[in-house]
Design a protein around this ligand. Sequence first.
Ligand code: GDP
Length: 453
Amino acid sequence: MSHPIAAISTGSQISAIGILRLSGDGCIAAAGQVFAPIHAPSLAQVPDRKLVMGSLRDSQGRVIDQCMAVVSRAPHSYTGEDTVEFHCHGSPAVLAAGLEALYLAGVRPAQRGEFTKRAFLNGKLDLTQAEAVIDLIEAETADAAANAAGQVGGVLQKKLAPIYDDLTNLCSHFHAVLDYPDEDIEDFGLANYSGTLRQDAKALYAMLQTYSQGRILRHGVAAAIVGRPNVGKSSLLNALAGYDRVIVTDIPGTTRDTVEESIMLGSTRLRLIDTAGIRDTADTVEAMGVQRSKVAMESADLILFVCDGSQPLTPEDHAILDLCTERENAIALINKSDCGQVVQPCDLPFTTVIPICAKDGEGLDQLADVVDAMFQGQTPCDGSILTNPRQFDACRRAYESLLQAMQGLQLGMTPDAVLTDVEQAMYAMGEVTGATVREDITARIFQRFCVGK
Ligand code: GDP
């Protein structure tokens, strides 16, 4: 028995259409108290999943909207329960009045993510699909949306669930033999399962490798702008952001902390991180900023090294260059091209060197092309890769436990000792799909949703 819940699913702005959504036992009867269909005696008698026109009444019984309603009866609905949606005119006042009338009819306000949580609890979605719903809502690029849509459709679930199933079969076979010695159950031989363990570990390893691409797809490319003070790092961030996000002065050491800004460059979403200029400094605050810059650099997917092309390179420039050269994705930008070019591309040990002028934006189109070529078109956006840190962490733990189990098998350890690791791997995989996840963790996951989803 699930209490009927209701919420506005379309936000609080004035819009052409606003949707009131209900789910739970008795929600069709409650909705029937506030809505009268034109061509049916009552809402309870309208056909399933068919839009019907009618009038919506407020708590005083006044008609407040002529709108559409659609009833989806359990189990054929998003939540798996009886649901009703009213497609109203998108006036916040209409929606609020409709909602109030529904509360008086016995419906309670939905909590954040409660519709999707009910869908999960009713087996309509596993946790990979449910978490992808919020990624789909929050997607900032078409690629991120396509990927999340694939995950909602179960692409990732279909890859990961069989691993959980394999491990469950293995553990249950062992326990069945142990617990029911008199039953006619095929003997448990751990060695018979070594192929399955190897295959699952291989699949998990391949999946873990996709996460660096997945993280970029979900959050954008973390791009650290590095260089000594006063070369134009903040000016570059402002030019790329299209507004004055960071204070620019000719006083070295003005940017004392890392500053982040999410922007589109060409077709790539970048999480730009303007770092404090890296140099040896006695100023405590600036030194902390420099330390953070080094950390930002280590975790960045892309390094944008900036130097002042109008002056010869300094020992400080060279010290930072040394930090960059080992990096796979690093681009050198020779800034201040409007002031003459003392520094030449051949002076810099980078594959890609672009002269730019952060002041007037020259060279930034070329930078966009290079970044697109680096990051676009390499990642499948069909939902088949790991994008979620929680899922990545659980898969990583499962993989490590499987490796230990395989090692134990090779060393000839007893089945019960090896099975401890297999069980841990099984629980970790269950956390991914939601089969074994703790209640407090699911609660936290659905808290991230908006009301009405
Ligand atoms: P940061 O310390 O590396 O962040 O450097 P800023 O962005 O604060 O710039 C330092 C100084 O260089 C400021 O006076 C900027 O106006 C100037 N500057 C930055 N980019 C350019 C450029 O492309 N051309 C010229 N002429 N000056 C620039």
